[in-house]
Design a protein around this ligand. Structure first.
Ligand code: ATP
Length: 354
């Protein structure tokens, strides 16, 4: 087990935990779940207090902290600790604050922040997953080597923005943005499934790992503009003539279920991912998502991992076909709050906070 450097111990004296997150991404679900588990909640908003919570009273945070920029959150860390805050990260929180700043935030935070070093660098992400035995799309080392369709993506979670398909070196050169770090993968043809797992190092029972248990809380697929509807306009070559190029910007999510015979493979990949993470950096704790493509040979390829709550879980605020079989009505937001509650009762907060 690798030791975790931690501000989680700051929460050990908390009597009345306040669950906080940035007002975006999956905040409705996080606040709703925290309230269901009896926590007070705090929304961190950039610029001004958002009005949309007024429309969703069951998910409206009890208090707000308004800051001028994401970076300013760090200036309020002492005040937030005094208010007994535990921060719950989500994709926008980490991406907009910056992985490095987020890692240094002097605030007890749900999950293991050491995962960031492994997740935000696409090379290290590949090292983690492939050394775990999780299948990934082939990596293409140099743009000059492109001789079949590839997928090019930049570093960090961008909600698909900027990614592009290239079929040869010329197409790569025409689309690449200078000065940005990128990775090139084989373009995998198949169907996408975003597997939403939850790893608890303190759970008893369930799908056992070397420590704790692995749960599956849901599966979604993303709606991506404009690629998803492009076929309606005709063949790709004709579209290029019209200077319309495919983009992969996430605009929404749809619930899906997996062919049941694929579940053992899905759990095997989840298990390998967690066991290797325990060995490498003390474990990916709480929600994580394996973003996969299933080919017509019924093989998974994992093209990316997100090691926190993903926005695709928002579909399942009142449970999913999978989480309903754990406990009806369990969302990922609520599962996070439940984990904090259980750990607090058992004096194990340092196991799940950093
Ligand atoms: P996030 O980190 O927010 O999940 P991202 O921008 O890092 O998003 P990408 O890995 O760029 O996500 O993937 C964006 C989309 O591109 C995917 O949802 C999928 O449709 C497609 N995609 C990614 N990798 C591949 C691949 N190897 N083959 C085919 N399609 C892919």
């Amino acid at each position: 087990m690798v030791a975790r450097r931690t501000f989680g111990s700051l929460a050990e004296d908390y009597k009345d935990v306040v669950v906080a997150t940035v007002c975006s991404h999956s905040s409705l679900q996080i606040f709703h779940g925290a309230k269901q588990e009896g926590f007070r909640t705090l929304g961190i908003a950039i610029g001004k207090q958002p009005r949309f919570y007024d429309a969703f009273p069951l998910a409206r945070p009890d208090e707000f902290l308004i800051v001028n920029s994401y970076k300013e959150i760090a200036d309020h860390a002492d005040d937030l600790v005094a208010r007994q805050v535990v921060a719950v990260p989500h994709g926008s929180f980490v991406e907009y604050l910056g992985a490095e700043n987020f890692a240094k935030l002097r605030l007890p935070t749900f999950g293991n922040r050491s995962v960031l070093a492994w997740e935000s660098d696409r090379e290290k992400q590949r090292e983690w997953l492939t050394s775990a035995g999780v299948p990934m799309p082939k990596k293409i080392a140099r743009p000059e080597d492109i001789d079949s369709p590839v997928f090019v993506k930049y570093y960090g979670a961008k909600g698909g923005r900027g990614s592009f398909i290239a079929k040869n070196h010329d197409e790569f050169m025409a689309a690449i943005k200078p000065g940005m770090k990128y990775a090139i993968q084989e373009y995998v043809v198949g169907t996408r499934y975003y597997l939403q797992f939850f790893y608890s190092p303190i759970a008893d029972g369930g799908y056992r790992l070397s420590r704790g248990a692995l749960e599956m809380l849901g599966i979604d697929r993303r709606d991506e503009a404009n690629i998803d509807e492009m076929y309606k306009l005709g063949a790709q070559e004709r579209l290029r003539e019209l200077e319309i190029y495919p983009t992969f910007v996430v605009t929404g999510n749809m619930p899906v279920v997996l062919r049941e015979s694929l579940l053992p493979k899905a759990f095997d990949m989840g298990e390998r991912t967690v066991e290797k993470s325990l060995e490498l950096f003390g474990g990916t704790i709480g929600p994580f998502c394996l973003e996969t493509i299933v080919t017509d040979r019924l093989e998974f390829k994992v093209f990316e991992i997100s090691s926190r709550i993903v926005a695709g879980t928002n579909i399942f605020v009142s449970g999913s076909p999978y989480s309903d079989l754990l406990e009806p009505g369990m969302s990922t937001g609520r599962r996070i709050a439940r984990e904090i509650r259980t750990a607090q009762k058992r004096g194990l907060l340092s196991e799940i906070l950093t």
